[in-house]
Ligand binder design. Sequence first.
Ligand code: ADP
Length: 331
Amino acid sequence: MDEIATLEQQLVDRNPQPADNDNVLRPRLMGEFVGQRKVVENLQLFIQAARSRNEPLDHILFSGMPGLGKTTLAHLVAEEMGVPMHACSAPALEKPGDLVGILTRLEPGAVLFIDEIHRLPRVAEEFLYSAMEDFYLDVVLEPGVQSRTVRLSLPRFTLVGATTREGLLTAPFRARFGVLERLDPYPEVELAEIVRRSAMKLGVGIDAEGAALVAERSRGTPRVANRILRRLRDVADVKGDGNIDRAVAERGLGMLGIDGHGLTELDRRILRCIADHGAGPLGLKTIAVAVGEEEDTIEDTYEPHLIRQGLLKKTPRGRVITARGMDAIAA
Ligand code: ADP
């Protein structure tokens, strides 16, 4: 395979490259975090108030689509509070013991970040209630007839939860978060700013038109913008002079299969699948099987953009493709 063929293969690969680790491009200071002004202002105020009272911050729940900056904000909250942060993913906390281990080892004031918190097993969720509210845990020793309960007190900590599905959280759990912040997709000007900053960190030049084009095709999501930028850097290095201009951006986007609506091949397969079934309504399960993707991924990652673009509609009986959606796949 020659150099270009290898690059093309890499570009069409849907999986992120190992070097695409989000951490490298993650803002290190609140001031570097672009957009979401209201959320950032609220957080800064709550942080200032908590610091002035010398208290840990209230528990926070961030909701919004994948890649909008929930994890980044959790890191920044810990950074601004000057406390350590421990991160874990909810589905990994299968046994109550997993959570006990983490909670009992927290430093006073620490931030515990739990990603995908709507997928927390119910037992772990109930366990968290007393930990969040009164900072203790009742642990059952030797379950069975001889069972004993031991109360463990915990240091005061801040739980930061992130979810793509706030609606799946139970009401009592949700009520235990003092701060609820929703992140929305970013407007193109902000995404272009994120692209420019990321390009600087990656040491690649990008002009205003190149950045605007990446922003336009990034479905309102910084993670998507950063991922496209990295692939365009490859194109610029191999095919251009190392800088990303409109021509390089167009060429790279074409190789990635990202069209003028910001749609990827999988978006188009979803739309085609519905179109092939009489334009819908079609159930999510059927679509997932037909396109070979998880139902959750389709619902969290692909559908929000298709809906915002007016290409797909959700109805009580299933998904329906719109006339605009038909046009988008006609080309
Ligand atoms: P989430 O946790 O919501 O899935 P992340 O916090 O992991 O999203 O963000 C994904 C990537 O996007 C991060 O690496 C970060 O570099 C970038 N990012 C997200 N939001 C912003 C922002 N507001 N400003 C700059 N970069 C951002």
